[in-house]
Design a protein around this ligand. Sequence first.
Ligand SMILES: NC(=O)c1ccc[n+]([C@@H]2O[C@H](COP(=O)([O-])OP(=O)(O)OC[C@H]3O[C@@H](n4cnc5c(N)ncnc54)[C@H](OP(=O)(O)O)[C@@H]3O)[C@@H](O)[C@H]2O)c1
Length: 312
Amino acid sequence: MTRVLFSAPKTDWVDYREVLPQALAEAGVVAEIEHTLDPANPETVDYIVYAPSSALKDFTAFTGAKLVQSLWAGVEAVVGNATQTQPLARMVDPGLTEGMVEWCVGHVLRHHLGIDRDIGRTDGAWEPLPPPLARDRSVTILGLGALGGAVGQALAALNFPVTGWSRSPKTVAGLTCLSGEDGLARSLDRASIVVLLLPLTGATENLMNADRLARMARGGVLINPGRGPLIDDAALIAALDAGHLAHATLDVFRTEPLPPEHPFWAHPKVTVTPHIASATRPASAARVVAENIRRGEAGEPFLHLVDRAAGY
Ligand SMILES: NC(=O)c1ccc[n+]([C@@H]2O[C@H](COP(=O)([O-])OP(=O)(O)OC[C@H]3O[C@@H](n4cnc5c(N)ncnc54)[C@H](OP(=O)(O)O)[C@@H]3O)[C@@H](O)[C@H]2O)c1
């Protein structure tokens, strides 16, 4: 019998306790799932399904674990844990991707169409200013992974010219794909709307600094559903105050919850959302977890393994 430890807060367990056994059964895996902080004989646990918010921080005792399967797409907190030496897979969940596409398209369209201009208008002013077509508004996505690639394709399907940037050279249908330092400069040059869907690593922290923000088009908009530290906060506020950027929509922050005294809250050109861009959806994510466990049991390679050297 395959032994699976579900190591996540109780609230997550409530969401998974029915769908995970069902998905494992459908994948043909005969498994015993435990939700406990203190499993007996930890050395015989085969798989750890793990939320980085779990109280489990020391993986040393799990000497027989074949895989730690993260329930989150962002794994920076796990990669930095020196006791976590077992193979680590991040979450690539179709439901999570679908949610991220909807959130990003919604926020891009808000700025593209200038929707804020009309909301709450009661002054009787009649200023017919039709918005430009999407085909005339460039969008740049930094990060062309599971999420960035799908968001880029959805925007391209609406006719936005989309440029995407990744670490390794890539081809994504409908997008101009760039990589490397020169590719970053070219992706940002005069970009009207920039969406950050990069993981947080040593190489991406503070990526959006003053110089890179200055490359964006005057009146540009920055949308960050990636991770807070991708942006130099002070440089962003300076770019907004100077009128170089028109708006920033931020879902993620260096400290979460965003402290009440943080200047983002009161800034008229910043929209704060509380890390809700998208969440892992238990029904589809359980199938992803089950497939990786099935693979492990069949001796097949795991999907979505984290490259520790790269940090994601
Ligand atoms: N706000 C939310 O609700 C929410 C929800 C889920 C995820 N997220 C965030 O979204 C991030 C992206 O998720 P994902 O599933 O799309 O990740 P992913 O599939 O691992 O894709 C990451 C992308 O970033 C690129 N990249 C990484 N380091 C880079 C570097 N130094 N320079 C240039 N490109 C780099 C990768 O390049 P390669 O293609 O060359 O590898 C890849 O294209 C997560 O890490 C997480 O932080 C946020």
